[in-house]
Design a protein around this ligand. Structure first.
Ligand code: ADP
Ligand code: ZN
Ligand code: ZN
Length: 732
């Protein structure tokens, strides 16, 4: 009898598992597995009861001895094998520890949305078609003839074509089936990967490109981070492509990350032309599409994946190379929820897998440059532009004492006219969308503010309204000053709409394209605008950083930075780095083809040493100086930083919460971590919530982590939102 009950207990213990659920509380919960179900695999998704509802969790541990008497039984096992395994599961555990974030939420971030909702993992079979009868015509069904013609045209590029591609080209499924029935086209069942290999040959690599490609190939099969620092237009993409080729030839897979803004049809086309079928992951896809691509990478059906930030969580069968383009770009940092850096995670993954990682940029982050100086990363340089194009020349315009025409100086207007006369394209960059960033009362100095934020409202045209760029609330344009009642309201400052109006008035004969978030909401829209611009006739582009990044404009001969000052004046310690990167990136759009380019920068502080150093010594010289400044100030990347943020409608609550956190942190003693704050965030109120922050700088990573770990999960009032941001990007 006694023996039986021991066995009973043991078998019960063996049926207890740990499940991570997507809740911000504790990491994992114990559950029991009913007798009629198998023990799930670690990494399998489960449906479990949670509170009064059900949720989808991931089994993270089996055969657990639970301190609880009788854990609740699970409802259902979703995956017979597992949704998340091996290296990715390890990554999840690592992220949970590094970012001090609950494991269940980390897993929910890693899994594609469709998986999070519990959808089964079924790979839909893709259909591919071969043209069997190129002579077929049908006078009564011209669309059928058109399809045959379409396929003949593409025959040179692709021996087979995906049904999906035909549908995208405007042919219906019904017609595809009809032609299949007539045996005009036949379905290809073989794995299409090789068949789809496209024809575009590799370019003749320059000696510098060769050296970089060789170094990347020499790192095959082991962990090494290679920082490819190549000036804008130096042919970094060609280096990526030629480094990928041998990896793919050996049957390996490659993951390429690009910034959100850069994933245009043009970018994709460059990879497709060289290698054929390329998988793509970005935020505009449906959940179902994302899951399909995710599964294809996992099962080894796709050998190239290009994606934005969250693509870093894709599982692969045989990942052998990771490339991160524009590695300095801020879009790799998730700014809410689980605040991870996709770039940093690629290094973690490359390390676990023992494979090379290539980080490419014309303006590398100080983090990566610091790692080069510490000999952790290998530096590969492309100091010259590819194909004989020369670097643009820089010119500064001193704005002091000048009368401006809507932000344009006389000199600048002449320079623009000169380039237009020579049939060049002109790119005008400024970092504000809208018409004017301020509406000011000329009688009393009142400025139009958002009701819910500590922020000025931006005046917009078409539609005419005041918009808060922080909470997105829209207001009517006031006719009278709210303070003194006078009607003397003046739009002050310059946004892209106003700059557009200004150049329209100055150069009425030239087409003008404005590119910012108001005109360009999707990658498709951006792609269409770029296509028109790249037809090459003389035009003016006015835009925000959307224009500054990554794009190739062969006909641009003049780049204008309307005002370089605001970025260098911001109190955020990363602002100079960010501003320098933007200026160099936007300047890099000039003169990328045969015609040399010029960059003209307007400034009220033309002798600001940061600006002059950038112009005289280039980004490298600037970055080395900036690293020294960070070293002296004890800031990242030399010392690690974390930020605790709290916000609530009652400001007191947020402030008290952070003060309690600080007390806990400082009571741990013996630690040399600096705890600064709590102080109001630079934007102290957004959408009626008061925001505070507490900054931590530690002498070492381990001390920082110890301290954050010691914080545990503090008691949080219901009306308060808070977060830990390890390696914050916005530090102020
Ligand atoms: P980056 O990514 O460094 O800004 P790109 O890869 O866009 O530069 O290359 C800039 C231009 O130079 C592209 O038009 C590309 O086709 C061309 N290019 C790159 N490598 C070579 C080469 N070895 N020979 C000739 N042209 C090249
Ligand atoms: Zn007034
Ligand atoms: Zn607002």
């Amino acid at each position: 009898m006694a023996q039986l009950s021991v066995e009973c207990l043991m078998s019960q213990a063996n049926r207890i598992i740990q499940v991570a659920v997507p809740r911000p509380l504790h990491a994992v919960y114990d559950y029991s597995v009913p007798e009629d179900m198998p023990i799930p695999n670690v990494g399998a998704r489960l449906s479990v009861p949670f509170g009064r509802t059900q949720t989808i969790g991931v089994c993270v541990n089996v055969d657990v001895t639970s301190p609880h008497k009788s854990p609740k039984p699970i409802n259902e096992i979703i995956d017979d094998d597992a949704a998340i395994t091996g290296e990715l599961l390890d990554l999840a555990h690592w992220m949970s520890a590094y970012y001090h974030h609950p494991l269940g939420e980390v897993l929910a971030t890693i899994l594609p949305n469709a998986a999070r909702k519990g959808l089964p993992f079924v790979l839909e079979e893709e259909d591919f078609w071969h043209l069997a009868n190129a002579q077929y015509t049908n006078a009564r069904a011209p669309k059928q003839t058109a399809l045959v013609e379409y396929m003949s045209q593409h025959l040179a590029e692709y021996p087979v074509i995906a049904g999906k591609a035909l549908v995208e080209a405007g042919f219906s499924r019904a017609m595809i089936n009809k032609l299949a029935e007539l045996e005009v086209i036949t379905r290809v069942s073989a794995a299409p990967r090789r068949a789809l290999a496209a024809k575009a040959p590799a370019l003749d690599a320059s000696a510098e490109q060769h050296a970089a490609i060789d170094a990347i190939e020499a790192a095959a099969g082991r962990f090494e981070v290679l920082l490819l620092e190549g000036v804008t237009g130096s042919g970094k993409t060609e280096v990526y492509l030629q480094s990928m080729a041998p990896v793919l030839a050996r049957g390996g897979q490659v993951m390429v990350l690009v910034p959100e803004i850069a994933l245009t049809p043009q970018t994709l086309a460059r990879f497709e032309k060289r290698f054929g079928q390329v998988g793509m992951l970005h935020s505009a896809l449906t959940d179902k599409q994302r899951l399909q691509t995710w599964l294809r990478c996992r099962d080894g059906e796709l050998n190239i994946l290009i994606g934005t930030r969250s693509a870093v969580f894709t599982p692969f069968k045989q990942l052998d190379l990771i490339i991160v383009d524009e590695e300095h770009d801020s879009s790799y940092k998730q700014q809410e929820g689980l605040r991870y850096s996709a770039r940093d995670l690629t290094a973690k993954r490359a390390h676990s897998l023992g494979i090379p990682l290539v980080l490419g940029s014309a303006t590398p982050s100080l983090e990566s440059l610091y790692n080069v100086s510490r000999k952790r990363y290998t530096l590969l340089k492309l100091p010259h532009r590819a194909g004989g194009a020369s670097m643009p020349s820089y010119h500064l315009i001193d704005l002091r004492g000048q009368t401006l025409q809507d932000g344009f100086s006389r000199t600048l207007i002449d320079v623009i006219r000169h380039h237009l006369t020579a049939k060049g394209q002109v790119l005008i960059y400024l970092n504000r969308r809208g018409f004017a960033p301020t509406l000011l009362c000329q009688s009393c100095g009142w400025q139009c503010h958002c009701s819910d934020c500590d922020a000025k409202l931006t005046l917009h045209r078409s539609p005419a309204q005041m918009i808060c760029h922080h909470c997105m609330l829209k207001f009517q344009i006031p006719e009278l000053c709210e303070h003194c009642g006078q009607p003397n309201l003046l739009p002050v400052g310059l946004g892209t709409q106003r700059a557009e109006d200004a150049v329209e008035a100055l150069f009425p004969e030239v087409p003008i394209y404005r590119v910012d978030r108001d005109t360009t909401r999707t990658n498709r829209q951006l792609g269409e605008q770029l296509d028109k611009i790249n037809e090459g006739s003389s035009c003016i582009m006015v835009g925000t950083q959307m224009l500054a990044k990554g794009h190739h404009f062969p006909s641009v001969t003049l780049v204008v930075v309307l005002n370089a000052d605001s970025g260098f004046l911001s109190p955020d310690f990363r602002a100079p780095e960010r501003t320098a990167q933007l200026v160099v990136q936007v300047a890099g759009r000039a003169g990328r083809a045969e015609r040399p380019g010029e960059v003209w920068i307007q400034s009220y502080q033309p002798d600001n040493p940061m600006l002059t150093r950038l112009i005289e010594d280039g980004y490298d010289g600037f970055a080395q100086e900036e690293l020294k400044t960070r070293e002296e100030a004890g800031l990242p990347p030399i010392l690690p930083m974390a930020m605790l943020r709290a916000e609530s409608e009652d400001g007191r609550l947020a402030l008290d919460f952070l003060q309690t956190c600080k007390n806990t942190l400082t009571s741990m003693g013996r630690n040399q971590v600096e705890v600064m704050g709590p102080i109001p965030a630079p934007m102290a109120r957004i959408a009626n919530r008061f925001r505070y922050q507490l900054m931590l700088i530690a002498p070492s990573r381990s001390q920082l982590h110890q301290l954050l770990h010691g914080l545990g999960r503090p008691k949080v009032p219901a009306q308060l939102r808070w977060s830990i941001d390890v390696d914050p990007y916005d530090a102020l």
